[in-house]
Design a protein around this ligand. Structure first.
Ligand code: C2E
Ligand code: MG
Ligand code: MG
Ligand code: MG
Length: 286
């Protein structure tokens, strides 16, 4: 529908769409077909350095260019793929595609861009993620430190295999981040022993700033703890100048959210890097 098409000519999916879609959730078979027919794509959302105001990385977020329903988000893809047992195939594709994109951006003359990818718990098993990362690094020849892997706290629960995978990934030179920090079942002791470089504060805690004293206390405590552990922090869901001010005062290193940019197709990234992308709905500061 026309109102779902952004000014840059591509569609955004909105919360209403996500909710509507729960009723019409896609079947495993449809998602498998989408993967086979190359309908899955990665969008990229900038992560901005608080210190310099410049792009320091991108998070790759999966989308489905559905021939009839338009642009669909992860909720339409990931649960079906986990159910259908092919989340690992999708995960392999995401890693390979992100690495190819890093290389394409290099080839068109952009400065090195780090890309973070999300992974599912099943990928941590049987060395699958490790093989995908090794294969993609070898195929593309990109520098390993331009790839970041985002895991969630729940993956770390008593998962020896997961922990071994993290050490092996670190050994390859890949960066590791904990996503949605503060919303899972945290095991704080794992933070001191795991080869993690970054924490991402879940946007649930950012949304209440300013005003919600509990959210502010939690965000502040996470940042202070991370810094004492020599981890850097990225805040997710940064939407307003008030969020920026609060996070800047606490020394949060990176910010990601609609304040700076929505997830965008890879083809928009060169313009964004050049300062040319304007998102009419987000005030910009660059
Ligand atoms: P996530 O990894 O925590 O990703 C951040 C989500 O927050 C993204 O939603 C992004 O579009 C959204 N977001 C970013 N800035 C803002 C903001 O300022 N305000 C608000 N309200 N939202 C913001 P998205 O793309 O729908 O992804 C949802 C989740 O799906 C991700 O959460 C991640 O857990 C999962 N996901 C996405 N791509 C992949 C993938 O390739 N593989 C796997 N396994 N999971 C994925
Ligand atoms: Mg993430
Ligand atoms: Mg997150
Ligand atoms: Mg999240």
């Amino acid at each position: 529908a026309a109102k779902e098409t952004g000014r840059n000519g591509y569609a955004f999916y909105t919360r209403e769409m996500t909710e509507r879609v729960i009723l019409a959730a896609s079947s495993d078979r449809e998602v498998r077909r989408a993967l086979a027919e190359d309908e899955l794509v990665l969008f990229y959302q900038p992560q901005i350095s608080m210190e310099t105001g410049r792009l320091e990385g991108m998070e790759a977020l999966i989308r489905w260019r559905h021939p009839v329903r338009g642009l669909l988000g992860p909720a339409e893809i990931i649960p079906a793929a986990e159910r259908g047992g092919f989340i690992i195939d999708i995960g392999d594709w995401v890693v390979a595609e992100a690495c190819r994109q890093i290389r394409r951006w290099r080839e068109c003359g952009l400065p090195p861009i780090r890309v973070a990818v999300n992974v599912s718990a099943q990928q941590m098993r049987n060395g699958r993620l490790l093989r995908a990362v090794e294969g993609a690094l070898a195929e593309t020849g990109i520098s390993p430190d331009s790839l970041e892997i985002e895991i969630t706290e729940s993956m770390l629960q008593n998962e020896e295999e997961c922990i071994a995978t993290l050490h092996a990934l670190k050994g390859l030179g890949v960066t590791l981040a904990i996503d949605d920090f503060g919303t899972g079942y945290s095991c704080l002791s794992s933070l001191k022993s795991l080869p993690i470089q970054r924490l991402k504060i879940d946007r649930a805690f950012i949304q209440g700033i300013p005003g919600d004293l509990n959210d502010m206390a939690i965000a502040e405590a996470i940042i202070a703890m991370a810094h004492r552990l020599r981890l850097s922090v990225v805040a997710e869901g940064v939407e307003t100048e008030a969020h920026m001010e609060f996070l800047r005062a606490l020394g949060c290193e990176g910010v990601q959210g609609f304040f700076h940019a929505r997830p965008m197709p890879a083809s928009d990234v060169p313009d964004f890097v050049a300062g040319g992308i304007t998102d009419s709905r987000a005030p910009r500061r660059r």
